[in-house]
Design a protein around this ligand. Structure first.
Ligand SMILES: [Zn+2]
Length: 276
């Protein structure tokens, strides 16, 4: 049977097309084979793309990020449920007591290695408390927490009862049901105890206290006979002792922001778990 000329043309085009496709495939396969013999190219980062942030060390005990947990552990359990939109206020420990007896730890590198403080006029503990506080609030907002920061107007407020101190604000806001978390670094060894939560004393302990304690460790509820902060509703979170290797990772400009963010991520993970 004779095919109409248009159909013959079409068949011819189809055959040509198929042959062409095979040749292209073959060429590509050949190219891939050839490339296997070349050294691997470094992965290209598209211009303007954010550099992927290095992963944070996974929690463990002993912990690669935080070091040792408190050597004096408590036995309390936080069971009271909380609202999903629990208002969380994050404070920086010693933010109103610079130049006073309770200024916080200078850290191992300043005290024992003679390094200059991170910022003149304030203890290194406060410097890092402030960095971590800021990162916690940023990450917490991104993850949908009802979270905010409080910072007193001056680094030195001599009267504890001044309405602008961490203590006065905590007392007020804790009474209305806010969760008050104050960020601290503990002293270096042998003075420091290690990481952990010293929970509030003025209210029943809740699932957010429990979640933070599981992530960081727990101090006895009446640690040192009951500290001023916890009596006013402050949960004191000792992130870690301010000593190497963590302190070096914080001080090294190349690893600083990642380290601060990883510390904040541990806190925010625990807060998110606590309220959900
Ligand atoms: Zn402190």
């Amino acid at each position: 049977m004779r095919l109409p000329s248009w159909l013959k043309r079409r068949r011819f085009t189809t055959v040509l097309g198929f042959t062409g496709l095979c040749l292209v495939t073959l060429a590509l396969t050949k190219a891939a084979e050839t490339r296997n013999w070349l050294p691997a190219e470094p992965p290209s980062t598209p211009k303007g793309a954010a550099i992927a942030k290095p992963a944070c060390p996974a929690p463990a005990n002993p912990d690669p990020l935080l070091g040792a947990r408190t050597r004096e552990p408590g036995r309390w359990v936080g069971r009271r449920p909380v609202r999903a939109d629990l208002p969380i206020v994050v404070m920086a420990g010693h933010a109103d007591s610079q130049g006073m007896a309770s200024a916080g730890t200078p850290g191992f590198m300043v005290d024992k290695q003679g390094q200059p403080p991170m910022q003149q006029g304030i203890r290194d503990e406060l410097y890092w408390n402030l960095q971590v506080q800021k990162a916690i609030v940023q990450q917490g907002l991104n993850r949908g927490l009802n979270i905010s920061a409080y910072n007193p107007p001056s680094f030195t407020i001599r009267n504890d009862a001044d309405p602008d101190t961490n203590w006065s604000r905590a007392k007020l806001w804790s009474a209305r049901g806010d969760y008050i978390l104050e960020i601290h670094f503990d002293a270096y060894r042998p003075h420091g105890f290690g990481s952990g939560l010293i929970p509030a004393i003025n209210r029943p302990l809740n699932v957010v206290d429990e979640s933070l304690a599981q992530a960081f460790g727990r101090f006895p509820r009446n640690f040192r006979g009951g500290l001023g902060g916890p009596r006013r509703g402050i949960g004191i979170l000792e992130i870690a002792m301010l000593e190497p290797p963590l302190e070096q990772k914080l001080r090294n400009p190349k690893t600083r922001s990642n380290t601060v963010n990883c510390l904040a991520e541990r806190v925010v993970d625990a807060l998110v778990k606590g309220v959900s």
